[in-house]
Design a protein around this ligand. Structure first.
Ligand SMILES: *[C@@H]1O[C@H](CO)[C@@H](O)[C@H](O)[C@H]1NC(C)=O
Ligand SMILES: *[C@@H]1O[C@H](CO)[C@@H](O)[C@H](O)[C@H]1NC(C)=O
Ligand SMILES: *[C@@H]1O[C@H](CO)[C@@H](O)[C@H](O)[C@H]1NC(C)=O
Ligand SMILES: *[C@@H]1O[C@H](CO)[C@@H](O)[C@H](O)[C@H]1NC(C)=O
Ligand SMILES: *[C@@H]1O[C@H](CO)[C@@H](O)[C@H](O)[C@H]1NC(C)=O
Ligand SMILES: *[C@@H]1O[C@H](CO)[C@@H](O)[C@H](O)[C@H]1NC(C)=O
Ligand SMILES: *[C@@H]1O[C@H](CO)[C@@H](O)[C@H](O)[C@H]1NC(C)=O
Ligand SMILES: *[C@@H]1O[C@H](CO)[C@@H](O)[C@H](O)[C@H]1NC(C)=O
Ligand SMILES: [Zn+2]
Length: 332
C-alpha cells in the first residue's frame, strides 16, 4: 500500500509534528503529505525500502510487516472467511479523481463505498485504490508474491473501519483498523487496449504525468469494471502492515487468488509515462516494497470452492488446500 494515509504519519510522534502534518495536509489536499515526516523513496539507495527500517524504525522494522511471500502449501483454510459484500463497487460515479503522488497512481473515492463480510469484524469505508508496478510488464512490480512468483502489478483498495468516521490516525493505531484488498495484475496475452475499463483508466495517465498532478474523473467507470473476471470469494488472509513508511502494523490483508488480466501495452504505460516530480525528474518505475522475511504470521484462505463474488452461498470444496500450519518467518 502506498501513500494511503495522508496525515496519518503521525502515530506516536510528538504533538508538534502532529500539528505540522495536519496543517500541511489540510492545504495541499493530500497530494504531497505522505512525505512530510519521513523522506522515503523507491529509487535511491539512501531512502529505498532497504533503508526504511532505519529511517522509519518505529514500525518498518517490526514483526508483522508486509508484503510477504504466500507459500500456498503452508496456507490453512479458515471456514470463517466467508464472502465479502461490496457496496457501491458497481456505481459508475464514485471514482472522484486520479493523482500522481510521486510514489504511485491513486484514485480517490467519493463517500459511500464500503466493504464488509470476508471475516472482517465490521463494515469498512473504502477510501482509495492505488497501484504498484515494476519496469514494464517483464519486470514484475507486485508487492506480494505467491510461491516466490511476483506479478507485473498489484492494485490495493484501502479501507478503514467505518466506526472511525474517516479518522485515519485512529485507523493506523488499531491492529485491524485498516483492511487492504490486494489484486494481482497479469498480462492478457496477444491483445492491446484490453479490457476497456483499463483502457479508460490508463487514458488518464497522460493528464497526470508529473508528481502532484491530479484530475477529476468522468463518471462511467466502476470498481467492478476494473475488477472484472476476478472471483472475489477466493482469497488469502493475514495480519500485516502498510507497505510504505511509517509501515503501521494495522492492516488486515486480503490478497485475492485470481488476477486481473490487462494487456501488456496498458501495463507498460505506468512505467513509461509518469515522472516522480517535475519534467526533469526520474520516470516512476519499481514502486513496490521488497518482501518482508521477518514475518511471524499465519496465512489463511477462504474456502477453495467455486461461487462468484456476487455471493451465491457457495458449496465449498476445501480439500485443495493443505491443512498445515506454518509460521512463514521460520522458513527464512
Ligand atoms: C526497531 O526500532 C525501534 C525504535 O528505534 C527500536 O526500539 C527497536 O529495538 C527496533 N527493533 C528491531 C527489531 O530492530
Ligand atoms: C479528490 O477526491 C477526494 C475524495 O472525494 C476529495 O476529498 C478531494 O478533495 C479531491 N481532490 C481534488 C483536488 O479534487
Ligand atoms: C478465522 O477468521 C476469523 C474471521 O476473520 C478470525 O476471527 C479467526 O481468528 C480466524 N481463525 C484463525 C485460526 O486464524
Ligand atoms: C527500466 O527499463 C528501461 C528499458 O526497458 C531501462 O532503460 C531503464 O534503465 C529501466 N529503469 C530502471 C530504474 O531500472
Ligand atoms: C482521531 O483519532 C486520534 C487517535 O485515536 C485522536 O487522537 C484524534 O483526536 C481523532 N481526531 C478526530 C478529528 O477525531
Ligand atoms: C500469442 O502470440 C504468440 C506469438 O506472438 C503465439 O505463439 C501464441 O500462440 C498466441 N497465443 C494465443 C492464445 O493466441
Ligand atoms: C487530458 O489530456 C488530454 C490531452 O492533452 C486532454 O484532451 C483532456 O482534456 C485532458 N483531460 C482532463 C480531465 O484534464
Ligand atoms: C525540477 O526539480 C528539481 C529537483 O527538485 C529542481 O532542482 C529543478 O530546478 C526543477 N526543474 C524545473 C524546470 O522546475
Ligand atoms: Zn499499496
Amino acid at each position: 500500500m502506498a501513500q494511503m494515509f495522508c496525515c496519518a504519519h503521525t502515530g506516536a510522534l510528538k504533538m508538534r509534528w502532529l500539528v505540522v502534518a495536519f496543517a500541511a495536509c489540510s492545504f495541499v489536499a493530500d497530494v504531497y503529505c505522505a512525505d512530510d515526516t519521513i523522506a522515503w523513496c523507491y529509487h535511491l539507495p539512501s531512502c529505498s525500502y532497504t533503508q526504511w527500517p532505519i529511517i522509519s524504525a518505529e514500525f518498518c522494522n517490526g514483526s508483522r510487516q508486509s508484503p510477504i511471500n504466500i507459500v500456498t502449501s503452508a496456507v490453512t483454510v479458515n471456514e470463517s472467511l466467508n464472502d465479502f459484500a461490496f457496496t457501491n463497487f458497481g456505481n459508475t460515479n464514485v471514482l472522484d479523481n486520479i493523482t500522481n503522488t510521486g510514489k504511485t497512481v491513486k484514485v480517490n473515492f467519493k463517500s459511500g463505498v464500503q466493504v464488509s463480510g470476508g471475516g472482517l469484524s465490521e463494515t469498512y469505508d473504502s477510501l482509495q485504490f492505488h497501484l504498484h508496478w515494476g519496469n514494464r510488464s517483464n519486470v514484475p512490480g507486485s508487492e506480494h508474491a505467491v510461491n516466490g512468483v511476483r506479478y507485473p502489478m498489484e492494485l490495493h483498495i484501502v479501507n478503514i473501519k467505518s466506526s472511525f468516521n474517516g479518522n485515519t490516525t485512529a485507523a493506523v493505531n488499531d491492529p485491524m483498523g485498516v483492511a487492504a484488498l490486494g489484486f494481482f495484475i497479469e498480462v492478457l496475452p496477444n491483445t492491446t487496449g484490453q479490457p476497456a475499463s483499463w483502457k479508460t483508466l490508463t487514458s488518464y495517465l497522460q493528464n497526470i504525468t508529473l508528481g502532484g498532478d491530479i484530475v477529476n474523473m468522468t463518471p462511467g467507470l466502476s470498481l467492478n469494471d476494473l475488477l472484472d473476471g476476478v472471483d472475489r470469494s477466493q482469497y488469502y488472509r493475514y495480519l500485516g502492515s502498510l507497505t510504505t513508511p511509517k509501515c503501521f502494523e494495522a492492516v488486515v490483508w486480503t490478497v485475492f487468488k485470481e488476477s486481473i488480466k490487462v494487456s501488456e501495452d496498458l501495463i507498460d504505460m505506468f512505467s513509461t509515462m509518469l515522472r516522480i516530480g517535475n519534467q526533469t525528474s526520474e520516470i516512476m518505475v519499481n514502486v513496490f516494497r521488497g518482501l518482508q522475511t521477518t514475518q511471524a504470521v499465519t496465512t489463511r484462505s477462504s474456502n477453495s470452492g467455486s461461487g462468484g463474488s456476487g455471493g451465491a452461498s457457495g458449496s465449498c470444496v476445501s480439500l485443495a488446500l493443505l491443512a498445515l500450519s506454518l509460521f512463514l518467518g521460520s522458513s527464512y
